[in-house]
Design a protein around this ligand. Sequence first.
Ligand code: SF4
Length: 65
Amino acid sequence: MKILVDWQKCTGIGICEALSPDTFEVGDDGKLQLINGEVIPEGLEAEIDSAIAGCPTAALSKQAS
Ligand code: SF4
């Protein structure tokens, strides 16, 4: 599975970073970065699902890779 970010919706609030800090990082410039790239690593599925559900602007989703 891959993480999809809708960059038009992402406002850099960083809830995803709080819920899944090994995957998401908001830089000093306020821009979200995917630490491991788009592909969801094994073992991080659950916290990434939490981040997807917790994003206040619904900017995150998953897609089969
Ligand atoms: S929680 Fe949503 S809006 Fe906030 S940085 Fe993450 S993806 Fe962007």
